[in-house]
Design a protein around this ligand. Sequence first.
Ligand code: FE2
Length: 253
Amino acid sequence: MYCDDDLLRAHDWFAERGIQSNFIDRPEQGRTLQLTDGVGVPIEFCATMAQRQNRMRQFHTHSGGRLAFLDHIQVATHDVQKAYEWYSDLGFRLTEYTATDGTEELWGVWLKRKNNTQDVVYSNGVGPKLHHFAFHTPEIASIIHAADVMASLGLAGSMDRSLGRHGIGNAFFVYFRDPDGHRVEIFSSHYNVIDIDHEPRRWDLSDTTRSQIWGFPAPKKWFYEASAFEGAEVIPPTLDAPPVTLEDFLQII
Ligand SMILES: [Fe+2]
């Protein structure tokens, strides 16, 4: 979206496809178009928003994880295939995906508009629910520092997945819960996808290195706990394909 006229075009584009959208007022945002995506997630489009002074070069104000920018969100959905098709129609491109072993049944899709690996991720689960939102930091050392700061502030218990590196997207990460209980990721070192001929990278669901390249999967709570969207009906997943959790892994080894 570049200007309010684009929002009018978006409104008409959705209307042609039988998707209802409404213009609403939002603080700090210009004209805002609100609708529900193909899997029940409330979303908004706007072309302008209030501008604030950029603090990138105000290094003396950087603390904790030294966050640079909001990068992506991940959402749990009952129908990953439907989410993939809906966002592909909007112009999102698939960079990496997880499918059940030996099939092309989609368990998770990493979709992007920028040249990053993902702007939005949809993964299989009870949904729609917000799994996490993610902030980028330029240096891995800042993620370790964030974990140290949480520990010294007595907030180590808010980490619900400790440091590691994703196979998917190559991101070095830590996850914690904010004071409202929503999951937040601080991450670094994913990569650019610029070539439109880039073949999406496939991962088997049973491959524990997809979520943690060092082999240790995420704990059960990371996979199954997420935040409900206000007013959104929650539906069990159509695909019965549980991921390997840390609890499963510890029983195997
Ligand atoms: Fe993420």
